[in-house]
Design a protein around this ligand. Structure first.
Ligand SMILES: CC(C)(COP(=O)(O)OP(=O)(O)OC[C@H]1O[C@@H](n2cnc3c(N)ncnc32)[C@H](O)[C@@H]1OP(=O)(O)O)[C@@H](O)C(=O)NCCC(=O)NCCS
Length: 250
């Protein structure tokens, strides 16, 4: 069972909530999280070859369910999740307005997971661990649009690594917000602007980059404009220390 909330968690229509949580959790917490997974999720768990990938999936899905339960006042194990044809998860049952309205997405990289929640607007989030050398390769020339490549290559070499991952996370967050994955060609839209995605449909998608933890960069893309972000970051306190029971930390 989840511990009682310290205070009410309210997600307004004009807000987006971002949770950044460490994936370095003790085995007892992983066991607890696995208990709330669905049969389908447990099947996915069984298909991972490496323990590290298995534990990451359990931790991400378990944390997702616990956070969703805070917004929906429901048992995390009872929530029914499904995915679209391209893998984007969503809530399957819509018994209440809260369920109908709630949109979410998450991403993980190395030891960090970032979860994003909004109401009545589609949302996509991506996080990456910055690896400076990647920008020196020809990945941008292959995947970025011309304006993005020009912007990146005009920078001093030592800051191109950070800039590359900022651009990359924006692009992934956009295709994740749209929910169609890599079916959308990465060079068919431009994320050079700090606020709006420029795509072929005269975009109504807005974007925001942020640093969820030192060494990482993340981006959020959300339908429409005029929302504000609330960051919820206190990874060490997600679990009670003795028993590994998830508890509220916001
Ligand atoms: C979505 C995608 C860009 C994520 O890439 P990534 O950087 O490797 O992974 P991230 O950690 O950022 O995100 C993974 C999470 O994004 C979510 N996700 C998966 N597919 C998604 C999609 N199409 N749109 C939005 N979110 C998606 C899931 O929650 C996934 O976590 P899970 O594997 O634990 O369920 C990539 O997996 C993709 O393009 N998938 C689409 C594949 C596809 O088109 N399949 C067609 C099936 S025929």
């Amino acid at each position: 069972m989840i511990a009682a909330p310290q205070k009410e968690l309210v997600l307004n229509h004009e807000e987006v909530h971002i949770w950044s949580l460490s994936l370095s959790v003790p085995p007892i917490c992983i066991d607890r999280l696995q208990q709330v997974l669905s049969e389908h999720e447990c099947h996915r768990v069984s298909q991972f070859r490496f323990e590290r990938d298995r534990n990451q999936f359990i931790t991400c899905r378990g944390l997702l369910r616990y956070i969703l339960s805070l917004y929906l006042y429901q048992d995390p194990g009872q929530l029914q999740l499904s995915s679209n044809a391209f893998g984007k998860p969503h809530l399957r049952t819509h018994n209440t307005t809260e369920q109908q309205d709630l949109r979410f997405n998450y991403s993980h990289a190395d030891r960090l997971a970032v979860f994003a929640f909004a109401r009545r607007r589609e949302i996509g989030v991506d996080v990456e661990l910055i690896r400076p050398d990647v920008a020196r390769e020809s990945i941008p020339e292959h995947f970025f649009c011309k304006a993005e490549v020009a912007t990146l290559r005009a920078l001093q070499l030592e800051i191109q690594g950070d800039a590359f991952f900022e651009c990359w996370t924006r692009k992934e967050a956009y295709i994740k917000a749209r929910g169609e994955g890599f079916r959308i060609p990465l060079n068919s839209f431009d994320v050079s602007s700090d606020h709006l995605v420029a795509d072929q449909e005269n975009s109504h998608w807005s974007l925001q980059s942020f640093v969820p933890a030192p060494g990482y960069v993340a981006a959020l893309v959300t339908e429409g404009q005029g929302w504000r972000t609330r960051f919820i970051q206190s990874p060490r306190r997600f679990f009670t220390q003795q028993e590994g029971v998830p508890c509220c930390i916001y």
